[in-house]
Structures are given as C-alpha cells and as structure tokens.
Write a protein that binds this ligand. Structure first.
Ligand SMILES: *Cc1c(COP(=O)(O)O)cnc(C)c1O
Length: 341
C-alpha cells in the first residue's frame, strides 16, 4: 500500500507523474517469469534491443475509476489484454496470458491506491501496460527476450470546465498503410503521426483526421481516437477499415447507442465527401472518453456539424452513459467492470 500523496486532484493534466510502484515481468527461454512490483522507474536494457532499433514493441491504455461508494474498478481490461495480444502477434512478440495482464493491472492499482483520484473530480488513474523486445541482437529479427511492464499515472479529466467541441483538419499524411500495422497498438504508428499532428496544431486545429491509405476518400480515425458520426435520423455511424485501431471506447459506445439509447448502429465506409449526412460527430478513446467535433477542415472548407461551441444532445447522452458506467453511477453491461479488491 502506497503512502499518502500530495496532489491537487482538480488540476491534473494528462502528463507523467512518477507513482510508487510498477509491475515488471520478463520473458526468456520461452516463458514469462512470475513478475513483481518494483519502485525504480528506470529500465536497464541492451543498447541492441529491437524495441530501440526496429520498433518491436506495443502498448495499451486503460483507467481505474473510484466510485461514489469508494470501490475501485477497471473498465473492460479483458479487451485491452486481447488487443495487446493481437498487437504482439503482429510484431512477433510473445503473448501475455489474459489473467496475467489483468492481475498485473490490479497489482499496480492496489499498490498505488493513494494515487487514485477521489470520486467527483473526474480524474482517474491511467494504466499504461507495454511490451518491448530486449537483449543483444543486431539483425532484423524478433528479440531474444521481452519485458512486459505496467505503470500508472493519475490523470485529469480531458475537459476542464466541461465538454467543448474542437475542430480537426484532414491530414496530408497517412498514419498506416492498407495492410500494415494500423490495427495494432504499436509505437511506430505514433512516430509517423507526430509531424502530421504538429502541422495540424500549427494551423490552429486540435489534431488531424486520417483518410484511408488506399484511396484517400474515406475517414479512418483521429491520431489517437476513433471517429463516429450521428446521422440526421439518429443512426450511430463509425468507419470500418482494416487499418483503424479498434478502439474499445468505440465498441462500447456502439453497444451503448444500441442497447441504452435504442439507436441504430453501423460500422461502414464514411466518405469524406458526405460529411453533411451527420448532424453530430465525435472522437472517442480512453483518454478523451468523447471529444465532440465542432468542424472538420477539408480542402480549405470548414464543415461544421452541430456547433463549434456547443455539444449536440446525442453526443451528450452517449458521454453521460459511458462516463456513468465507468464511474459506477450507471449499471454496466455484464462483464464490463472488474472490481479491484
Ligand atoms: C488507443 C488508440 C485509440 C483508442 O482506443 P481505446 O481503446 O478506446 O482507448 C484510437 N486510435 C488509436 C490510434 C489508438 O492508439
């Protein structure tokens, strides 16, 4: 159990703070060791590690939430475990058993209990599981050894002072290739997106939206969040493509739209020329939950959805339901919540 901490819970950003404990497990000679919690936040690895040269690594992101009743809960960690293993398979890293992944997350949350923000602040404890290829290796091939680690950081709500829509621009670059690693949560996708993000911000946009890399005619996703739109007849639409990172938040919102809000839901092509079919749009992911999209700049035209300053009613309902489930105020579907005891 961690010591008490001195943190201003109401002014947390999404930035690194060293917490007390992290989980580390090593893979060698075909198997994972038992893993343990350590206090040191530095990893000592070979200069020839594949993670450093050939990008052999992947990561995950999920949160621990404190409920009104002071229970601590994780949101769908089994989905993060499954997705991490899909990423591992794609870049030839050993899979991590689902129970080991969830147990590591639980150990880290419990050990850093003092860092879990109070209920009502909107802040959460963000968990960052990741795996890297390590060991002495020079040629392009899978590493001889691997490290799986989970650390945690208390983070603030994405929206200080309420949800506000932001504007995006269409990227001049691709984040993924048609049959590349777009659907895997690997760092290389992000290295390639830094320049596109920086250029979007310089032009005054919050971030950029990527089009499909094969034809550049269909919306794929935002840099670190998936896209959804609400049609004029209240359908929830989200793009379908093999190069989109399958967002757990997105699939959760599809379920919420269908089962809680009785909306029709479709995962289909979203041509960038047809943006006026949507009366609302948003970006969704673990960090942001939902970012309402005010407008999208395409070919020097800003297409505005609901409003550049106000959040549309359907987006608001989706957000409140998801947020309520995550913080324990709305009944969750079977299996979505794992209590940390
Ligand atoms: C992690 C990530 C998302 C969001 O996924 P969630 O599971 O909802 O957090 C979306 N796009 C990319 C590229 C990502 O890496």
């Amino acid at each position: 159990m961690s010591k008490s901490v001195n943190i201003d819970w109401n002014n947390l950003a999404f930035s690194y703070i060293k917490t007390e404990f992290r989980y580390v497990s090593r893979w060698k000679d075909g198997k994972w060791d038992d893993g343990s919690l350590i206090e040191d936040n530095k990893l000592s690895i070979s200069e020839a590690s594949t993670a450093l040269h050939y990008g052999q690594q992947c990561f995950e992101g999920l949160k621990a939430y404190r409920t009104k009743e002071e229970k601590i809960q994780l949101f769908r960690p089994d989905q993060n475990a499954k997705r991490m293993n899909d990423s591992c398979k794609r870049v030839l890293m050993p899979e991590i058993p689902e129970e080991k992944f969830i147990d590591a997350c639980i150990q880290v949350v419990k050990a850093n209990e003092a860092y879990i923000p109070p209920h009502g602040t909107g802040a959460t404890l963000y968990l960052r599981p990741f795996m890297i290829g390590v060991g002495d290796n020079l040629g392009v091939k899978p590493a001889p050894e691997f490290i799986f680690c989970v650390f945690c950081v208390p983070v603030g709500p994405y929206f200080k002072g309420g949800m506000t829509p932001v504007n995006f621009t269409i990227a001049d670059y691709d984040r993924a290739s048609p049959w590349g690693t777009g659907a895997s949560k690997v760092g290389g996708n992000y290295a390639g997106s830094l320049l596109a993000h920086e250029e979007a911000v310089k032009k005054g946009f919050a971030d950029c939206i990527y089009l499909d890399p094969a034809t550049h005619t269909k919306i794929e996703e935002v840099g670190a969040a998936n896209f959804f739109g609400i049609t004029k007849n209240d359908k929830f639409i989200t793009p379908k493509s093999p190069s989109i990172l399958p967002s757990i938040t997105k699939y959760s919102l599809m379920h919420i739209a269908k089962e809680y809000l009785e909306m029709e839901v479709e995962e289909i092509d979203v041509p960038v020329e047809n943006l006026d079919e949507f009366k609302e749009a948003g970006a969704c992911g673990t960090a942001a939950v939902i970012t309402p999209i005010g407008g999208i700049d395409y070919k020097d035209n800003l297409h505005v959805f609901y409003s550049e300053t106000e959040v549309g009613p359907v987006t608001k309902k989706l957000y409140n339901t998801l947020y309520g489930i995550q913080f324990g105020d709305v009944k969750a579907p079977e299996g979505w919540i794992v209590e940390v005891k």
